[in-house]
Write a protein that binds this ligand. Structure first.
Ligand code: ATP
Ligand code: PRP
Ligand code: NIO
Length: 482
């Protein structure tokens, strides 16, 4: 939250390195990139989320008297360094891809340009925030895709990995496309719709199911979703719900939003039977909602089975991204500024060529097909490179350079997707509201080809390097292998 001081939310090694830089170096300005190597959940794309919380974190970055005192107590920091920390503030620049944007592996999601002591300190918290929210936004986006336009309600708070994961997970889930959340604190803090039904305990607390439904309908006639599986879904739950709906209709209080929720058993079979019973009773607009360990695969499968469900409550699998519990974003040094103000590219070698980093102070252009508005590729280049869209653009796969695509001038458009957030310590970016981000995210997904959006074996979007960046990288690798 915006006033929270998370300065010590870092790994100890960031502070021990910071002290090392303080003792041994000139505190040169460096460039660090946040990027990830693989989309989670076998997705063809990911969704950026968490920038607003990164902004809050950076704005509140300071070592309080108690923080400094605690660090002193560890017995590993000098008084000179602790004195430096007590006057610390972030003076660098940060660029980020706006929340809700579709993102792909290898591209810089966040770029930090700052004196090395500052840039090093912020690694852990930035990764923590972006990794978590981007993971949940991406998972949600897949669940939403599977539901083919039906609403997904985020129900995961009780099974999230702690309060923060529940709260910021709900925020990310809204960005990824949920229609609402059961998380009331998320509703208050992020101004997003809260919604829900009722629990089995409600039914069990009354003398019988009918009375429980009736009392609920009296209290909440405008949002009356009755949980029908406590005793026997088709023999008792649905008939009792119909009885109550009928009485509501007779009393003229039938609402716009009413229906049932299934939470166990064969959801395809039960939903079809329930639909038939509701329709026969004249309640054709009663909504059938379902929950019970759902995820995108199950929802996809239930759709294939012709389930008559049009509203889905998804908890555990979404809020924990159960099939892929980590986003895998990393933070790597890409350049060091010399005395002349030039950024000298740096590279990290790996046995695994996929893990070799992209050097330099970079930016990203998203290249769109002019006619369809769909993404052709992303192009990572140096920050000072520019492109003229009236000229031919040559794209090539950096891992298989013989794979080339030539886009004729006038057939494509480009958009720089990395945006300035902080310049020389000053925040120059205003975060949109979560619902505005969610709307933007919905449009962003329209720029993906269907082949990229599909749940299984999606088509990969190319993330290419400019010729200049490719040549620089090759030259650095060449130098290091001498
Ligand atoms: N038609 C279906 N096709 C595929 N999966 C289904 C179908 N119906 C339900 N499921 C899923 O199968 C799983 C069954 O859950 P589980 O074995 O816990 O039984 P249950 O119905 O929840 O019983 P109970 O809650 O009474 O223990 C859930 O994840 C549920 O969403
Ligand atoms: O299955 P999930 O995707 O995690 O969705 C949330 C679950 O949480 C509730 O169950 P719970 O047993 O906690 O409470 P209940 O007594 O209200 O069913 C709800 O009925 C869902 O089944
Ligand atoms: O409102 C609901 O139906 C709900 C909320 C949280 C978890 N499960 C269900």
């Amino acid at each position: 939250m915006s006033t929270q001081n998370l300065t010590l939310l870092t790994d100890l090694y960031e502070l021990t390195m910071m002290q090392g830089y303080f003792e041994t170096q000139e505190n040169e300005t460096v460039v660090f990139d946040v990027f990830f190597r693989e989309n989670p959940n076998k997705s063809g794309y990911s969704i950026m989320a968490g920038v607003e919380q990164v902004i809050d974190y950076i704005k509140n970055l300071h070592f309080s008297y108690e923080d400094v005192d605690y660090l002193r107590g560890l017995g590993i920091f000098s008084e000179d360094f602790l004195h430096y920390l007590s006057g610390f503030h972030f003076s660098g620049s940060i660029y980020a891809i706006p929340e809700g944007t579709v993102i792909f592996p290898k591209e810089p999601l966040v770029k930090v340009i700052a004196p090395i002591m500052e840039a090093q300190l912020v690694e852990t918290a930035i990764l923590n925030i972006i990794n978590h929210q981007s993971l949940i936004a991406t998972k949600t986006s897949r669940v939403v895709f599977a539901a083919q336009g039906d609403g997904i309600m985020e129900f995961g708070l009780r099974r999230a990995q702690g309060p923060d994961a529940g709260l910021y997970g709900a925020r990310a889930a809204m960005i990824g496309g949920c229609v609402g959340t059961s998380n009331v604190l998320a509703g208050k803090l992020f101004d997003v719709p809260v919604m829900g039904t009722h629990a089995h305990s409600w039914i069990m607390s009354f003398k019988d199911e009918y009375t429980a439904f009736k009392e609920y309908a009296k209290l909440y006639p405008d949002a009356c979703t009755l949980l029908v599986d406590t005793y026997d879904t088709l023999k008792s739950g649905v008939p009792n719900a119909i009885r109550v709906f009928r009485e509501m209709r007779e009393e003229g209080i039938i609402s716009k939003h009413y229906g049932i929720r299934l939470d166990s058993g064969d959801l395809a079979y039960l939903s079809k039977q329930a639909r038939r019973m509701l329709d026969e009773a004249g309640f054709t607009d009663a909504v059938i909602a379902a929950s019970n360990d759902l995820d995108e695969m199950l929802i996809h499968d239930l759709k294939m089975q012709g389930a008559a469900i049009t509203s889905w409550g998804v908890g555990t699998n979404l809020i924990t991204s159960k099939d892929c519990p980590s986003f895998g974003g990393v933070y790597k040094l890409a350049a060091i500024q010399n005395a002349e103000g030039e950024f000298i590219p740096k590279i990290k070698i790996s046995e695994n060529t996929e893990k070799i980093t992209n050097p330099g102070n970079k930016t990203i252009y998203r290249v769109y097909d002019k006619e369809t508005g769909k993404i052709r590729a992303d192009l990572i280049c140096f920050a000072d490179e520019t492109y003229d869209t009236s000229k031919e653009l040559l794209l090539f796969d950096p891992n298989a350079t013989w794979k080339k695509t030539r886009l004729a001038g006038g057939t494509y458009t480009i958009r720089e997707i990395l945006k300035p957030i902080f310049i020389h310590g000053e925040c120059i970016y205003t975060s949109p509201s979560v619902m505005e981000i969610a709307e933007y995210c919905r449009h962003e997904k329209e720029t993906l080809w269907d082949e990229t959006k599909r749940l299984f074996y999606p088509h990969r979007v190319y993330v290419d390097l400019s010729q200049k960046l490719y040549d620089t990288k090759a030259a650095l690798l060449d130098d290091l292998s001498r």
